[in-house]
Design a protein around this ligand. Structure first.
Ligand SMILES: *Cc1c(COP(=O)(O)O)cnc(C)c1O
Length: 382
């Protein structure tokens, strides 16, 4: 652990709370006075607001982003013997939902520029290995940039696969003007506190334009009961609570302004860092509106630890998302399928570095991060 006081954190949630304290306190108070804490009016109102923000027919509040993914696959009937294509470069929950249902994750490769699932890798896999056991694709809009969705949706149509978007990091991100979570069959959001739209606890949302899937998820989130105490299916307990919904309704009003601030910070980082020849700033596809859940650069693998340490010394927090690809996780070994080609993901995990990018990050602090990176990297290079 670094003993120095952290001066520039990845994300400052306390500062954010202080900015909107009165609104949040009012919302929390409203829920406490209502005496209604699980699902109910507050959650329904939030579900409607999210559906209209995204332009989808249905939004269903659940207990977490992990549960949203699990419920989405359950609603689509994924089970033992099935295969689901996804990326090896994501948070654990993207793939654990597949294995939990007895299905096999197929880890296709990423585009090393965008870090997202590469449609060409998926196409090569399907052309070589497709069987009817392949049921779905889970593209992850990593760091806040949407995957190249058109070729993925095209492959899904050709092979009759369902598309479940993992939007945990992409609230408000768009591809050709379409919101993430509105393009596939089902979208899955997380409201974990650090996400683009984060609550003060766990929370998640399933989004879809399909009436049947929506009804199915609504039933599965309450133990598979359409009517109380009559269980048609083996569901789970996964409900959004009223307190989170009330807090998230407040934050939803601010999220676009926060995203714009992060985009401005990213543009300034781009400008400052793009002249440094040993690092790469994030590549943004022209089709995408990046929301910068993370601002992630690539540095030479053998120098990353030294650069991170120099930054920590200057009081600047950084993170590595993610240090190990999913196909190397001990609990997936023997339960997965790989496409039989060398994976870009194996190299990318060793060179990514995420920098502070909170809406509250001051311009002076952002400049400081840039300066220290340049200096530390130059030193590490020598
Ligand atoms: C955070 C995250 C999840 C899981 O969301 P939780 O709300 O923490 O369960 C899933 N996928 C990705 C890509 C995430 O970043």
């Amino acid at each position: 652990m670094n003993e120095m006081k952290q001066q520039i954190p990845m994300l400052d949630l306390q500062a954010e709370y202080h900015d909107i304290k009165d609104e949040i306190n009012e919302a929390v108070h409203r829920v406490l006075e209502s005496g209604h804490f699980i699902l109910g009016e507050e959650v329904e109102a939030f579900e409607h607001e999210i559906a209209s923000y995204l332009g989808v027919r249905h939004a269903i509040g659940v207990a977490s982003g992990s549960d949203a993914l699990l419920l989405a696959l359950m609603a689509l009937g994924v089970g033992p013997g099935d295969k689901v294509i996804t990326t090896p470069f994501s948070f654990f929950a993207t793939a654990s939902c597949i294995v939990r249902l007895g299905a096999t994750p197929v880890f296709c490769d990423i585009d090393p520029r965008t870090f997202d699932l590469d449609p060409d890798s998926v196409r090569r896999y399907l052309e070589a290995f497709y069987t009817p056991a392949v049921k779905a694709i889970i593209p992850v809009h990593l760091y806040g940039q949407c995957c190249d969705m058109d070729p993925l949706l095209d492959l899904a149509r050709r092979y009759s696969l369902k598309v479940v978007e993992d939007c945990a990091q992409s609230f408000g991100s768009t591809y050709k003007g379409h919101q993430s979570g509105s393009m596939g069959d089902i979208g899955c959001f997380s409201f974990f506190p650090t996400k683009n739209l984060g609550g003060y606890g766990d929370g998640g949302m399933v989004t879809t334009n399909d009436d049947d899937s929506a009804e199915h998820v609504r039933m599965l989130r309450v133990h598979g009961a359409r009517h109380k105490y009559h269980h048609e299916e083996l569901g789970i307990n996964s409900r959004l609570d009223a307190m989170q919904a009330a807090i998230l309704r407040v934050k939803l009003k601010h999220v676009d302004a926060w995203t714009e601030r992060k985009r401005a910070l990213a543009a300034a980082y781009d400008k400052e860092l793009s002249g440094i020849e040993w690092l790469q700033v994030p590549y943004v596809m022209p089709e995408c509106r990046h929301t910068y859940h993370q601002y992630t650069i690539k540095v030479p693998a053998e120098r990353r630890a030294a650069i991170q340490e120099a930054l920590a010394h200057a009081g600047i927090e950084t993170q590595v998302y993610y240090p190990e690809p999913l196909h190397q996780q001990p609990c997936f070994v023997g339960q997965q399928e790989l496409p039989g080609e060398p994976l870009n993901a194996d190299a990318v995990v060793r060179s990514v570095l995420s920098l502070p990018i909170s809406p509250g990050l001051k311009d002076g602090d952002r400049r400081e991060v840039g300066l220290v990176i340049k200096k530390s990297g130059d030193e590490a290079v020598r």
